[in-house]
Ligand binder design. Structure first.
Ligand code: UDX
Ligand code: UDX
Length: 443
């Protein structure tokens, strides 16, 4: 099928590249001319394992192309995915300015039937508003034949891919959710996803929109729940890893997303939880549970900082080495990364920060000030009063701790992701602190 993707960010680009890989002819659009230039040359502007290879392959076989023209993409395509950003406003609402703008531009350029699909995460009822915007902006000739409502469908097809494993997640979906209001739209979706043979959940647009917010909020709740338990573990001398293991074997609970740490970050959970609280509020329901979920997430970062401050005693002028800046491994994404709040808090207390991340440094430089960026973990450890691990990159698992320890001024390690829980760092002379491992600040 001829498909357009408007917005070539994390979600749009992965969707476009993967749809071309499974056999469709895809045109990806973006307003950012530099980005489009790079993409045409086969260069992926983000770090996402496996993506560049598929991009190059499908550029070559001409199933994939890039443009800045919504007109060109609309004219060529039957299905058009909207995957532009939906940032948070100050009050937590999703800002849908880009979505509205794109819907209008698609409408004015329509020349026949189109299936217009929301891929960005949007509040319930956005589908209706997109349909209305399109109807109001259709070219005159469609208005005249009074059948304009037959000429397009709006649908919702939320994305569940995780950064760092986005290509794999797209190609192996747990489910594909489609919110449709017509048989024609459903048929087109079935055609689009046929090569993946996924389990399809077919519902109306409002329910599909809700599934996305409900899923992300549930996962964020699971993380805040286990982080709360980690606090109790520290106070009672219990071990969060064993608690999570013991809980996780219960099939009704499951072990996934029960990793305690320094809190969730990224472009989705913080924004989507905020947006869902607002959506609920507007619908007349006070979603108090989610309010707590985000408070617990903030508190988790603050409590980690308190632990560091307590064990270091005096933070002012101490040199702190940070391993990992991205909000999670296998991505260069710094959006709402816990490292930002933690580093800012330590800097406020007068700490000097050295940091290393395998790929996120260029993005980190735009956000974090007065940080000395290092060439590798050993460089980050050199002369440090303590090391703080914030992202559990694979390469950090294989460090030579003898070398790390002897490079440091004093061998204290704060493990914000419990990556080294089985390394017996104590035997190598380290003072070692994890999250929820039974050590409380002040003890
Ligand atoms: C998207 C969705 O916006 C978000 O709601 C969802 O939760 C995750 O997926 P993401 O792909 O991560 O977010 O956003 P980003 O990487 O910022 O990409 C958006 C792209 O759209 C950018 O390349 C931007 O240049 C482009 N864009 C934006 C347009 O092409 N046109 C516009 O009018 C606005
Ligand atoms: C998330 C959803 O998983 C995905 O379905 C949706 O489409 C977009 O949002 P992503 O943000 O890429 O994906 O990453 P994810 O792996 O879900 O992790 C989000 C955050 O939660 C990270 O900061 C991660 O470190 C944290 N996390 C995750 C934990 O703290 N503990 C866990 O057990 C799992």
């Amino acid at each position: 099928m001829n498909i357009a993707i408007v917005g070539s960010g994390y979600v749009g680009l992965v969707t476009g590249v993967c749809l071309s890989q499974i056999g469709h002819k895809v045109t990806c659009v973006d307003v950012d001319q530099e980005k489009i230039k790079k993409l045409r040359l086969g260069k992926v502007p983000i770090f996402e394992p496996g993506l560049e290879e598929l991009l190059k392959k499908n550029l070559k076989n001409k199933r994939l192309s890039f443009t800045t023209s919504i007109r060109e993409a609309t004219r060529k395509s039957t299905a058009i995915f909207i995957a532009v950003g939906t940032p948070s406003k100050k009050n937590g609402d999703a800002d849908l300015t880009y979505v509205e703008n794109v819907a209008r531009q698609i409408a004015v350029n329509m020349d026949g039937y189109k299936l217009i699909i929301e891929k960005s995460t949007v509040p319930a009822e956005t589908g209706k508003r997109v349909a209305r915007t399109i109807k109001m902006n259709l070219p005159k000739k469609f208005e005249k034949n009074k059948k304009s409502e037959l000429d397009f469908d709006v649908a919702s097809n939320p994305e569940f891919l995780r950064e760092g494993s986005a290509v794999h997640d797209f190609m192996n979906p747990d489910r594909v959710v489609i919110g449709v209001e017509s048989k024609k739209a459903e048929k087109l979706f079935r055609e689009i996803y046929k090569p993946l043979n996924p389990h399809m959940v077919v519902t109306n647009i409002n329910s599909a929109e809700l599934i996305k917010h409900a899923s992300n909020s549930f996962l964020a709740t699971k993380i805040s729940f286990i982080n709360s338990i980690s606090q109790i573990c520290d106070k009672l001398g219990a071990d969060i890893l064993k608690v999570a293991e013991g809980m996780g074997f219960d099939k009704r609970i499951g072990r996934a997303f029960l990793n305690a740490g320094v809190g969730y970050g990224g472009s989705c959970f913080p924004k989507d939880v905020d947006a869902f609280v607002r959506i609920s509020e507007k619908s007349g329901y006070d979603f108090r549970l989610l309010d707590e979920v985000r408070k617990i997430n903030e508190e988790q970062k603050a409590s980690f900082v308190r632990l560091i401050e307590d064990k270091l005693w005096i933070v002012k002028n101490k040199v702190i080495g940070v391993l990992g800046l991205a909000f999670k491994p296998d991505t260069d994404d710094m959006r709402s990364a816990p490292s930002i709040d933690i580093i800012n808090a330590l800097q406020q207390e007068g700490a000097k920060i050295k940091a290393y991340d395998p790929v996120a440094v260029p993005n980190a430089k735009k956000i974090l000030k007065k940080v000395t960026y290092c060439k590798d973990p050993y460089d980050a450890a050199k002369g440090c009063d303590c090391l703080v691990l914030l992202t559990e990159w694979d390469e950090f698992k294989k460090l030579n701790f003898k070398k790390i320890g002897s490079a440091m001024k004093q061998p204290i390690l704060f493990d914000g992701r419990n990556l080294y829980h089985d390394k017996n760092l104590g035997d190598l002379g380290f003072e070692y602190y994890g999250v929820g491992r039974g050590v409380k600040a002040g003890s």
